[in-house]
Design a protein around this ligand. Structure first.
Ligand SMILES: Nc1ncnc2c1ncn2[C@@H]1O[C@H](COP(=O)(O)OP(=O)(O)OP(=O)(O)O)[C@@H](O)[C@H]1O
Length: 280
C-alpha cells in the first residue's frame, strides 16, 4: 500500500510578467523519500521550493504538506534556502535559538536539539561565534542546521552543499539519510549529481517549469543508451553510444574487430541530465 504523500504539488503555475517560472509543475514526495530535484538554471526549482514553504503564492495549482496548506504546515517544514538567510551579527547559537523557537521548540528540548544538530554538522566549535565570522562552508552547514533542528516532516534543501568541503558534504549527506530514515520527506536540489547517487535519491527532472521525468535512478537510466569504448591495436579509441553496449560489442567481434581493450559503461546521471538539453 502507498502511504499518502508528505508533499503533494499539482499543476502549479507561477508567472512573472510574460515569463512562466512554473508551467504545470506536478510532484509528490512520500514520507522517508529523498527526491533529487535537478534541472538547468531557470528551470523553476527555487520557485517551486518558495511556493511549498509559503514564501510566494502560485497563480494556480494546489500544494499540500502532510495534508495541510503551506501556511498551516509551517512547523513541519525545514528549509535551507539557496541564498543564505542567517543573522550575521548574532552567534550561531542565537540563530539556532531563534529558528528553533519559530518552529515551536522551547527550553530543554531546544537546547538539546541545538547541541545534537551542531555536533552532527561539525559546528560545535562555532556555536558561540557570530555567524558573520564563519567561513562559507560553515555558514552553509549553519543554514542546514536551522532547517534540521526541529526534525521537520518535510525537509527542503536548495543547493545546500555549494562551497562545502568534502568533510562538510559527507556530514550533511549522512544526516540527511538519517533524517529520511525516520520518515521525513526530503526535496534536495543540487547540480552535483554524484550526491544523488550517494543519497540513493529518486529523481525529478525539471525543465521549463515542469517535471518532465520522475522515478528512481535505475528506471530512469534504463531508458538511456550506454557507452562502449573500443581501443584498437594502434591505440586509437572508438567511443560508441548505443542502447545495448554488450550486443554492439558482440556484433563488432563477429565482424572481425579485434580490440586491444574494451570498456563498457552504463548510462550515468550525467547522461540523464544531458538528455534534458533536448527539451531546454
Ligand atoms: N522574482 C522573480 N521575478 C522575475 N522572474 C523570476 C523571479 N524569480 C524567478 N524568476 C524567473 O523564473 C524562472 C525560474 O527561476 P528559478 O529561480 O525558480 O529557477 P531554478 O531552477 O531554481 O534555477 P537555478 O538552478 O539557477 O537556481 C527563471 O526564468 C527566473 O528568471
Amino acid at each position: 500500500m502507498h502511504s499518502p504523500a508528505m508533499l503533494s504539488a499539482e499543476d502549479l503555475i507561477k508567472r512573472y510578467g510574460d515569463r512562466r517560472a512554473l508551467d504545470g509543475f506536478t510532484l509528490s514526495i512520500a514520507p522517508g523519500e529523498i527526491c533529487g530535484l535537478i534541472g538547468h538554471n531557470g528551470a523553476g526549482k527555487t520557485t517551486f521550493v518558495e511556493i511549498v514553504t509559503g514564501l510566494i503564492r502560485p497563480d494556480a495549482g494546489v500544494v499540500t504538506v502532510d495534508g495541510r496548506t503551506p501556511a498551516q504546515a509551517r512547523d513541519r517544514i525545514g528549509l535551507a534556502p539557496q541564498e543564505l538567510a542567517l543573522y550575521l551579527p548574532a552567534t550561531l547559537r542565537q540563530n539556532l535559538r531563534l529558528f528553533g523557537g519559530l518552529a515551536g521548540l522551547r527550553g530543554r528540548s531546544l537546547r538539546a536539539a541545538i547541541t545534537q544538530t551542531a555536533e552532527r554538522l561539525l559546528l560545535t566549535d562555532c556555536l558561540d561565534r557570530p555567524v558573520g565570522l564563519l567561513s562559507g562552508g560553515q555558514r552553509r552547514r549553519a543554514q542546514a542546521a536551522t532547517a534540521l533542528l526541529h526534525r521537520p516532516r518535510l525537509l527542503l534543501l536548495d543547493e545546500p552543499t555549494v562551497g562545502a568541503d568534502p568533510e562538510t558534504r559527507a556530514a550533511l549527506l549522512d544526516l540527511i539519510k538519517e533524517v529520511a530514515a525516520t520518515g521525513t520527506a526530503v526535496c534536495y536540489t543540487t547540480h552535483y549529481l554524484p550526491e544523488l547517487v550517494d543519497l540513493g535519491a529518486t529523481l525529478a527532472l525539471c525543465s521549463a517549469g515542469r517535471v518532465i521525468a520522475r522515478g528512481d535512478q535505475d528506471s530512469l537510466l534504463a531508458g538511456l543508451p550506454g557507452h562502449l569504448d573500443i581501443t584498437r591495436p594502434d591505440g586509437s579509441v572508438d567511443q560508441i553510444t548505443t542502447p545495448d553496449p554488450t550486443a554492439e560489442l558482440a556484433r563488432l567481434l563477429a565482424a572481425g574487430v579485434r580490440p586491444s581493450a574494451v570498456d563498457i559503461r552504463p548510462a550515468t546521471l550525467d547522461d540523464l541530465y544531458h538528455s534534458l538539453a533536448v527539451t531546454r
